[in-house]
Design a protein around this ligand. Structure first.
Ligand code: FES
Length: 106
């Protein structure tokens, strides 16, 4: 398991995506309320950047065609997306945002 620091908490704006690269993966970070979420930054429909979407009420909306995904599970909630996107555990420690990867970082 690898824990990678990806951002400062206070640098994330409410509901606004932040693209980052960690452990060789493109991620989309979202701050919603007092929670932080890390999803794979590629929509499962046609590969748009989810970091360019808006997050609210537990979901993020893809900016290209409007599919929505659950921030907790990555499940596709609305068409045109039908497949989930990966979700990685994220946490805030001492003002820093960390993402946890189960396998070793590359
Ligand atoms: S690319 Fe995301 S819904 Fe089409």
């Amino acid at each position: 398991m690898t824990r990678v620091r990806v951002a400062r908490w206070d640098a994330l704006a409410e509901g606004v995506g932040r693209p980052v690269v960690a452990a060789g993966r493109r991620l989309a970070l979202f701050r919603v309320g007092d929670e932080v979420f890390a999803l794979g930054d590629r929509c499962s429909h046609a590969e748009a950047s989810l970091a360019e979407g808006e997050a609210a009420a537990g979901t993020v909306e893809c900016p290209r065609h409007g599919a929505t995904f659950d921030l907790h599970t990555g499940a596709a909630l609305t068409f045109p997306a039908t497949r989930a996107v990966p979700v990685y555990p994220a946490e805030v420690v001492d003002g820093e945002v960390f993402v946890v990867f189960r396998e070793e970082a590359s």
